[in-house]
Design a protein around this ligand. Structure first.
Ligand code: GCB
Length: 614
């Protein structure tokens, strides 16, 4: 046995002794484009019950117990004492948040246990079974047939376990302990202005792959000619890289894009990888853009393993203070959006959920969405791409993160890696955002600097940004000064003149942005209760918000290098920080649409302004 393997086995043995749980190190990266793999959905009704004191996990001395709820015990004799029963417990729909599915759990933050039975037939000896979760908020401990598969933290990114050795033909069950308690060292931290929806909020799939399989691939238009290609205006260059799940050389991979009559073979290197670039005639390639969201059918094959995808090709870059899409200046007519459904105000988890919100953004004349404040589900991203929306995707490094905590950093970096990995083939995404409104300090600069360097190393085809704050504001001069300037391609900042500061200041404002980069206003806005009317000086009326938009747009237009705006926010969304009775009632009311889809007066102000920006 190799020394490393020996120590790993020893650690596992020690952990088993200490916790009484068999810990199988089963985590594997979530496969690229998981929906195109052979899979069965484990969505549907899952039994559940809340466990306020986590007695299904800790014994009465607060030590992890090996007789936790995950063993799914059943009485064997009439005298047996077992104080839970998954099968007698109610069910809720997965994917979904628990807050809107069970009245008693509306305000609940803690542990809920979930169980799903499933059957597997015809397992081939070469099959590997992967258990995939689109997202679980916030911490998930996953057990298969009573054994632990692994633990995952972070509520908005996918994770996956290789459960081949844990499942069998016939009946199986998966149990998940989901815990959404907030902690200051989490990402996001203890406080944030949105609803802390708990649960298995995205799809669960059982995926079948072979011993060797295509783990990840990347296919996007590049800004540069590489690997022997010579730059010419008659050609476009598509970066193509691929990684198998293991270091296997000599595997033949065929990449086909039938519409481009492109079919090319590649062979994996010693690392089981391909790193290449294709050159295609410019005249043949239709570029993806909001006006023409062209997606090409792409097929990537390794023998019987065939993955199909739909991929768009575009470039995004900056030139001085200009933002260029496919080489041409573009103004981003954006809006911020939370991942919360229209009308029902629950967590979104499907293309249909996304569709209504995208329809509202289209009515505003938007070509861009800031997906706030965490990665949204894959269906939503793909739907936005099909409909021609450019996207900003971000990780929940929001407000006052524990900058000095190494685990917090590791968590944030993992969320960044997982966000980029899942969506790095989505042409619609033009900006990875690293943070929102973070307080300046050396520790924060180091933390965000490391994240930026990581993001850059993972993807050279997109721009980096983050929602900053204006620091100096005296004598009506707003100065943006942020050490993160050197890491970002686009300077973005939030400002709330008219809401957290007097609206009458707006016409006097001057802006000092000492960076030769495009500027995006990543947030501005104010609240209004739909249907409440009055004077423009009366807070919460639609007229107040309407006037605020008028004043803001006139003010923002004067900013040199303004390349886009993302008002806050598309629709009213739930937030525990918004209790004002009769007005907020638990909703942040800065929406241009009410939670019931009613347009507020400010909608028309923005729509007309965006019309003038087309
Ligand atoms: C912000 C935050 C956003 C809040 C918003 C508000 O600056 O980035 O998450 O919801 O302000 O309504 O105050």
């Amino acid at each position: 046995m190799k020394r490393k393997t020996f120590y790993r086995s020893l650690t596992v043995a020690l952990l088993v002794m200490l916790t009484g749980e068999a810990i199988a190190q089963k985590e594997v990266p979530a496969p690229q484009n998981v929906y195109a793999r052979q899979n069965v959905s484990l969505n549907g009704d899952w039994n559940y019950f809340a466990d306020l004191q986590e007695q299904g996990y800790y014994d009465y001395r607060m030590n992890p117990t090996k007789w936790g709820y995950f063993v799914n015990a059943k009485p064997q004799n009439p005298s047996d004492l077992i104080e839970y029963d998954f099968d007698m417990s109610p069910t809720m729909h997965v994917p979904g948040d628990w807050n809107t599915q069970d009245e008693q759990l509306f305000l609940y933050e803690g542990t809920v246990w979930f169980k799903k039975d499933f059957e597997i037939a015809n397992i081939k000896p070469s099959d590997r079974k992967l258990l995939y979760f689109g997202a679980v908020n916030y911490e998930a401990i996953v057990y298969v047939n009573g054994k632990k598969a692994g633990k995952h933290v972070g509520g908005f990114t996918p994770f996956c376990y290789d459960v081949t050795d844990m499942v069998k033909e016939g009946k199986n069950f998966v149990i998940v302990k989901v815990d959404n308690k907030r902690h200051k060292d989490n990402v996001p931290t203890q406080i944030f202005d949105w609803w802390n929806y708990g649960g298995i909020t995205r799809d669960v799939l059982l995926v079948t792959v072979g011993e060797t399989y295509i783990d990840d691939y990347f296919l996007q238009l590049s800004r540069e000619a590489k690997t022997g290609n010579r730059k010419s205006s008659n050609s476009k260059y598509i970066d193509f890289s691929l990684a198998l799940n293991r270091e296997e050389a000599g595997q033949e991979i065929t990449l086909s894009i039938p519409e481009l009559k492109l079919k090319q073979k590649f062979v994996t290197d010693d690392k089981g990888q391909i790193n290449s670039q294709l050159s295609v005639p410019s005249s043949k390639l239709e570029l993806w853009s909001p006006e023409n969201p062209k997606l090409y059918k792409v097929e990537i094959a390794r023998g019987d393993e065939v993955i199909t995808d739909e991929i768009g090709f575009r470039t995004i870059e900056t030139r001085g203070r200009q933002l260029l899409l496919n080489g041409k200046p573009i103004f981003l007519r954006g809006v911020c959006s939370h991942e919360e459904t229209a009308y029902t105000s629950r967590r979104c988890n499907s293309a249909e959920d996304a569709d209504t919100l995208l329809g509202w953004a289209r009515q505003l004349g938007c070509n861009f969405l800031r997906l706030a404040h965490y990665p949204h589900n894959e269906h939503a991203v793909r739907e936005a791409e099909r409909q021609g929306f450019l996207l900003w995707s971000e990780i929940p490094v929001y407000w006052t993160i524990s900058w000095q905590n190494a685990d917090t950093y590791a968590n944030a970096e993992q969320q960044l890696r997982d966000m980029i990995r899942r969506d790095h083939n989505r042409a619609a995404i033009i900006i990875w955002s690293l943070a929102n409104e973070t307080p300046h300090s050396d520790a924060r600069d180091q933390f965000l600097g490391r994240l930026a360097t990581t993001a850059r190393s993972l993807d050279s085809t997109r721009l980096l940004s983050m929602a900053m704050e204006v620091t100096g504001a005296s004598n009506y001069v707003n100065r943006l000064q942020d050490n993160m300037n050197k890491y970002v391609d686009v300077v973005s900042f939030n400002q709330y003149i008219g809401w957290y500061r007097d609206v009458n200041d707006a016409p006097k404002m001057k802006w000092e942005i000492p960076y030769e980069k495009p500027v995006i206003i990543s947030e501005f806005g104010g609240g209004a209760k739909a249907g409440l009317h009055g004077d423009k000086g009366q807070r919460w009326t639609e007229e107040f918000q309407e006037n605020l938009y008028r004043e803001n747009l006139a003010m923002l237009e004067k900013i040199e290098g303004l390349s886009g705006t993302c008002p806050w926010v598309l629709k009213d969304f739930r937030s525990p920080r918004r209790p004002l009775p009769g007005i907020q009632d638990g909703f942040n009311r800065k929406g241009l649409f009410s939670d019931q889809g009613k347009r507020k007066l400010a909608f028309y102000v923005l729509r007309d302004w965006y019309e003038s920006k087309k």
